[in-house]
Write a protein that binds this ligand. Sequence first.
Ligand SMILES: *Cc1c(COP(=O)(O)O)cnc(C)c1O
Length: 502
Amino acid sequence: MSSIAERLRAGSDPKFPENANTVEYAENLDANDSLCQLRDQFVLPTKASIRKKALDGRSPSSVEHTKTGTACSGELKTNGANGHPKDVSAANEDSDQAIYFVGNSLGAQPKAVREYVDAQLETWASVGVGGHFTDMEDSPLVAWQDMAEDCAKKSADLVGASPSEIVIMNTLTANLHLMMASFYRPTEKRHKVILEWRPFPSDHYVIESQIQWHGLDPKKSMVQIQPDENFYLSTEKILATIDENADETAMVLLPGIQYYSGQLLDIPTITKHAQDRGIVVGWDLAHAAGNVELKLHDWNVDWACWCTYKYICAGPGSIAGAFVHERHGAVEYSTGFEAPRFRHRLSGWYGDDKSGRFNMDNKFKPTPGAGGFQLSNPSAIDLASLSAALSVFAQTNMHDLRSKSLVLTAYAQHLLDSIISDSDGEPPFRIITPRDPRERGTQLSVLVREELMDAVSKALVDSGVVCDKRKPGVIRVAPVALYCTFKDVYTFMKIFRKALGA
Ligand SMILES: *Cc1c(COP(=O)(O)O)cnc(C)c1O
């Protein structure tokens, strides 16, 4: 499998064999997958559990691979012990796992979350306010005061930054506003923000309302880059749009991965091109963090934001992350300890350096780095959940996850291609995600012919497939390397092919 990944990294044909569309081939890829044990770290929904309408005191049972046999190709046996007391009896009836291909919307639940949140509840109940400063022995967690920093440290590999360039706080949209408050400083001449044709609504609203907040007109200050007829945003087009507006642009704000098409943009090239023209560059990494390899520091990105509930699996609405390049986070005391100099930002007491945070002297002396952008005492429950998710990432690294993900997605594309080549007449769908593996993450966006969409949606739901449909007609298929298998991809395609009547 690693040789396929290497070919994909070079942008070459993965060369799947004749028998690729067989369950044996898919199982063989799983057997050779060095990350396959990570799936056991998750509680995945089952076909029965996704239909649940009321709580019954138990989570879906997890499936564990037998100790004997090839790593992950062995016969599956159910294991009810996922940390929840009442689920043992249910192990058999709902062990039939659903196909969870929607990690681009909400990542699956790591088993560690329950353990970490339980530890937090016990700490809070036991020592109360003392939990802020107490490192409890035998707890997977550090003292509440240190948790955000601890999570920043554990996020370093995910985004390619030093821990001090990362702050864990708030939620994605709130952080986009905070970063724009600091980095979008329009002048009469430079006031434009360059974005893409179809930003996520929240990103659009952030940019629009920030422009209005400065008393400017979004019609004059928002520049949207248009894609070609395949929803593709070529780097040339992006650079040309930057050139056309170079002197009037204050900021470029783009998604690392476009949520609709699944296209991964060329972050380093775009960043450098815009910065060379005096433009500040921010990235929304909601669909990129935990999905593809990022090197925010080396790419000299000014700032970036991401949520942690998609590929990072910290749970719905969980606490988010932001990156501020070290050159923007410096705090200088050259003019005296009472007059630190630092980049202006909207500030709060948790941005104060830890050493003086509780002096309550109302003299803002920010933590050097991204931490100085923090506002509030962060939710320790949220941070427990994120710590748990990051503990799964700590068992691997983004390079290995990306290698698996490249192959998973290429395999999915290969099987989709074979459905198209086996169908007569007009193809039932087309893939709008770039075919070059270097220009996408895990997600493939499949644009299904409109008249087939209802039947396809129903068939997927009926067969226990959880994936995301965006009107009109796009099914976003995201096999996530942490917890999806090649057999999942194979089974999904069998169901999809049947649903299309192909
Ligand atoms: C998921 C997503 C959001 C969601 O923002 P929240 O503040 O977390 O609700 C915003 N922007 C993009 C690009 C997203 O993919």
